[in-house]
Design a protein around this ligand. Structure first.
Ligand code: DGY
Length: 389
């Protein structure tokens, strides 16, 4: 660690957050001897924003002068969301601060403390351009990460390091100023105003061939969990779409330096924790099918898959979407999915629910086996695509 220097900016993008957790996290970051700027990028001037504003008024002059509170600008062309917040912060950092490093952390993390900043910064001080956190997660969690993003990377860029990245959707990361400058001018990233931002950043890091380190935060990221899988519908769709949209990009990571912490063992509590309501998700799968959605399934999915899906809508046999079948579904989605059509978005979500339910059943029976099957799924995608190219 370089001593006596204040050279880090820490950003917390936020929307509607638990104000006490948020305040504690800001205080932790403020107390770090190298943190010079705190960027608070709000979605809008909502209740959380006003709460943070009053909190700032209670701080000392020195602390107040280091905090930059602002609302996000409309930068991308997709749905206005997290991506606009991060991009506004990156631009703000480049244009209005002199710090050498920019860190991002979610505002609602209950387990965040200043040692996270140390652990990320250690790698940047060692010469890495980007240090990104990854966490132990319940074996039924990270279902967008595994079934949409890591599989999508293996499908699209099988001969790169992209599918090996543990947490390609991780929002806790540190970057050097030079990387922030590039991102602030990168059309692919600037356009990713919604949930696609984390994927867009991961793709950008691979295109820039940064030196990337993934830092394992073993105590985990304690934050609010979701209820039903439908809480993740928009995220699943947006994370899929950004990969599909960019599928023609040529990415070569053969000269990229990529290292990550070794995971010694995953704490038992994570293996058995159920990340969502299974019965509620089954009900959701069955409801809301329109004729247009059924026609999409019939027309675009391979026959054996479409028959099973349409039967499941009627008879409630949900447990067939194994990793092999998911490859065939993914292939069809890559070719035909159209984000502009509501029916397509709903179909993608429903198919993903089937995949998640199939995985959850295995996770409940044999957690270790289920994790292995996710890793094997990524390799299966990679192998199938490599043998085609
Ligand atoms: C993921 O899949 O990583 C999302 O954060 C949902 O858990």
């Amino acid at each position: 660690m370089e001593r006596g220097k204040k050279d880090i900016a820490v950003c917390f993008p936020f929307k509607k957050e638990d104000i006490e957790d948020f305040k504690r996290n800001v205080k932790e970051a403020l107390s770090h001897e190298r943190v010079r700027d705190i960027l608070l990028a709000g979605h809008s001037e909502n209740e959380t924003y006003k709460g943070v504003e009053s909190f700032i008024n209670t701080l000392s002059d020195d602390e107040r002068s280091r905090i930059h509170l602002f609302t996000q600008k409309r930068i991308g062309s997709k749905r206005p969301g997290k991506g606009d917040g991060m991009n506004t912060a990156i631009k703000y950092f480049v244009e209005n601060t002199r710090s050498r490093f920019l860190h991002f952390y979610d505002a609602d993390i209950k387990s965040f403390d200043r040692t996270w900043i140390d652990r990320v910064q250690k790698r940047l001080d060692e010469g890495f351009d980007v240090a990104r956190c990854f966490f132990p997660r319940a074996y039924t969690d990270a279902m967008v990460t595994w079934n949409i993003t890591r599989t999508g990377f293996a499908y699209t860029w099988p001969d790169t390091i992209l599918p090996d990245i543990e947490q390609p959707l991780g929002g806790e990361l540190g970057i050097r100023r030079e990387v922030a400058e590039k991102l602030s001018m990168d059309e692919l990233v600037l356009d990713a105003s919604d949930w696609s931002i984390d994927t867009a950043l991961t793709i950008a890091f691979a295109r820039y061939n940064v030196k990337l380190y993934e830092v394992y935060i073993k105590e985990g990221k304690h934050h609010k969990l979701y209820g039903k899988l439908s809480d993740l519908e928009t995220m699943a769709v947006e994370c899929f779409n950004v990969i599909k949209e960019n599928r023609r990009l040529v990415i070569d990571t053969s000269h990229m330096v990529y290292e990550k912490d070794k995971i010694e063992s995953v704490p038992e509590e994570y293996k058995k924790r159920i990340a969502f309501d299974i019965d509620g998700s089954i009900k959701e799968f069955k409801s809301g099918w329109t004729d247009e959605m059924k026609s999409i399934v019939k027309e675009y999915l391979p026959k054996d898959v479409s028959l099973k899906v349409l039967d499941a809508v009627e008879d409630g046999n949900y447990d067939f979407m194994d990793t092999n079948m998911w490859y065939d579904v993914y292939d069809a989605l890559m070719k035909h999915f159209d984000i502009k059509k509501q029916a397509w978005r709903r179909v993608l979500f429903k198919l993903w629910v089937l995949r998640v339910l199939n995985h959850a059943k295995l996770a409940l029976k044999d957690p270790d086996e289920s994790l292995k099957s996710l890793q094997e799924m990524v390799e299966l995608f990679r192998k199938k695509r490599l043998s085609r190219v």
